[in-house]
Design a protein around this ligand. Structure first.
Ligand SMILES: CC1=C(CCC(=O)O)c2cc3nc(cc4[nH]c(cc5[nH]c(cc1n2)c(C)c5CCC(=O)O)c(CCC(=O)O)c4C)C(CCC(=O)O)=C3C
Ligand SMILES: [Fe+2]
Length: 421
């Protein structure tokens, strides 16, 4: 058969894109129901959720995350069109409307069967990667689509240049601003900040890791921290290489953590940004800090509350000059990076762009990838049950009574949710 130029001999393997995010409340009435969704299955009473939700209350009950996603999605759609990639984009959240399960039902009803998911989370860990894949699996179970629809997630993209370049330029501008304000670069410190996670989750992040069941498993995890450090190093090396800064006076940098939650006796990644600010101030030698939320994609509540409000207050009390760099947000380079991640899947032979060697380049997620081995992981891995693909996770969920009950409860809680305009 003759193949003409206008005919694609191999049709695109995907027919829709799922833009997947965390979700957030839109108004005060949504705060507790949203937190119930985030903490479902852990039996946390509403009184406790009120305490947890205090920062949402103070921000008027509305998280900026949904508006930021609406903006990002419309730019992503335009960039896909410009790149000639003709795939519809659907938006689905883990914890607020539009819910992933509702959207997956709609994607199917509109005739699509092979879905490529792009999540607003750039790193490997249970919270930042596998939990999204579990969410897609739940949506397949809830809509009775296991075996009927496939969902695949793009790789961790923390080291895509389109994610890191806007961060680099933000750090450069912030350092120039500190210098202009009279702060000596040698007394200025760059604090890269990311979401703290429990030690067990951190150790389990990445494709293969030791577990209590299998202490002999080849590689140790720890990708979450390794990926962050690789990104931070690249940013600082770029500042030196691109010459806009006096290399000798390039400030010191480190990775710190924020937004810890959970029981105090459970170890999470440290130091907390506020504790570190206190130490730096006590040690002397630091008069200004540039805070870089490298762990996040947009300026959502973890950024505008935990950094711009809490950490900024800590710095002010300590007399440290403070500035916070923007997240990639809707920077055109980041939008193009999302398109490029789609290209990795739809254009055979398209080389992944990655500035580090640490990333999951290609689909190297395995059964143990980012499974944290704690109460969060669902379904819990069992001997001989593969949990590599979203479909396999969904099949394991179907075989687990407790899990199917939880999915039914979730569906009930979501019933009647309006897709916010
Ligand atoms: C690694 C990571 C990211 C980055 C990756 C990604 O972006 O996915 C992230 C993002 C976010 N986390 C967010 C909000 C929350 N995270 C919580 C709780 C937790 N996060 C965790 C980790 C992460 N979280 C963990 C280990 C927990 C405790 C256990 C659990 O509950 O799984 C809780 C419960 C309250 C509490 O426990 O104090 C809330 C309300 C929002 C929305 C912000 C908005 O509304 O603008 C966003 C983008
Ligand atoms: Fe979180």
């Amino acid at each position: 058969m003759e193949v003409t130029l206008t005919e694609n001999p191999e049709p695109l393997p995907y027919d829709a894109i799922l833009f997947a995010s965390f979700g957030g409340p839109e108004q005060q009435e949504d705060v507790v129901p949203f937190l119930r969704n985030v903490t479902r299955g852990r039996g946390i009473p509403d009184e406790r959720l009120e305490v947890v939700g205090e920062h949402y209350r103070k921000l008027g009950g509305r998280s900026p995350i949904n508006d930021q996603n609406r903006d990002l999605i419309s730019r992503f759609e335009a960039a896909l069109a410009e790149a000639g990639i003709d795939l519809p984009v659907y938006w689905g959240n883990r914890n607020w409307a539009p819910y992933t399960s509702d959207v997956v039902g709609r994607i199917h009803a509109e005739g699509h069967r092979r879905v490529l998911a792009v999540a607003t989370s750039a790193y490997s860990s249970y919270s930042s990667c596998r939990q999204y894949r579990e969410d897609y699996a739940k949506a397949l179970v809830a809509n009775d689509l296991v075996g009927e629809m496939e969902i695949e997630k793009v790789r961790a993209y923390f080291d895509h240049p389109g994610f890191l370049e806007p961060v680099r330029d933000g750090v450069r501008a912030a350092l120039a601003q500190m210098r202009a304000a009279g702060h000596d670069p040698r007394r200025t410190r760059v604090l890269f900040s990311t979401h703290s996670i429990p030690h067990v989750m951190s150790q389990a992040s990445g494709p293969a890791h030791k577990t209590a069941d299998d202490p002999s498993a080849g590689e140790v995890g720890g990708w979450y921290v390794a990926q962050h450090l690789a990104g931070c190093r690249w940013v600082m090396e770029q500042l030196a290489e691109t010459g806009a800064d006096n290399v000798d006076a390039l400030p010191e940098w480190e990775l710190v953590y924020q937004s810890r939650s959970g029981a105090p006796h459970v170890p999470w990644l440290e130091p907390d940004i506020n504790d570190r600010l206190t130490e730096l101030s006590e040690d002397g030698g630091t008069e200004a800090v540039v805070v870089v939320p490298i762990g996040f994609v947009t300026d959502h509540v973890e950024v505008v509350w935990d950094l711009d409000t809490e950490a900024a207050e800590t710095a002010e009390e300590l007399g440290l000059a403070f500035t916070r760099v923007a997240t990639p947000g809707t920077d055109a380079r980041f939008v193009d990076a999302l398109v490029d991640l789609v290209r990795e899947h739809v254009e055979p032979g398209h080389a992944p762009q990655a500035v580090s060697e640490v990333g999951v380049v290609g689909d190297t997620c395995g059964t143990l990838c980012c499974l944290n081995g704690s109460a969060h992981a669902r379904p819990v891995p069992r001997e001989g049950v593969p949990l590599d693909t979203v479909e396999q996770i969904a099949r394991a969920m179907q075989a687990d009574e407790e899990m199917t009950a939880l999915i039914a409860e979730e569906q009930e809680a979501h019933r009647g949710a309006e897709v916010p305009a």
